[in-house]
Write a protein that binds this ligand. Structure first.
Ligand code: ZN
Length: 101
């Protein structure tokens, strides 16, 4: 009866192949004042990651919600989503002109 059940926990595979953001300098219309901030509660740090997720119970399979994360919260927010099977991808927001809410 002692089923050993390992909690998935943090997978190092949450990593993505190329964390090196490419220079995107085609857009000059990004005002610094409008900086994206982290989605973590109470955090006002600038976001550098976009965690794109989908809750299959609530959303269409193609739907993507986006959480923004600063470097400090990327792991915790990612683990939260990944632990529920919601996390689809994590992409750098640096220089990204489009984000869907
Ligand atoms: Zn944060």
């Amino acid at each position: 009866m002692a089923a050993r059940r390992q909690t998935p926990g943090l997978r190092p595979a949450l990593a993505f192949p190329a964390p090196r953001p490419r220079l995107a300098r085609m857009t000059t219309s990004a005002p610094a004042e409008d900086a994206l901030v982290c989605s973590a509660r109470g955090c006002r740090a600038p976001a550098v990651w976009a965690l794109r997720w989908n809750n299959p119970r609530l959303h269409d399979p193609d739907r993507r919600k986006t959480w923004l994360a600063c470097p400090d919260h990327r792991e915790s927010l990612g683990a939260f989503l990944d632990g529920r099977g919601f996390l689809r991808e994590v992409v750098p927001v640096t220089g990204s002109p489009t984000l869907e809410g």
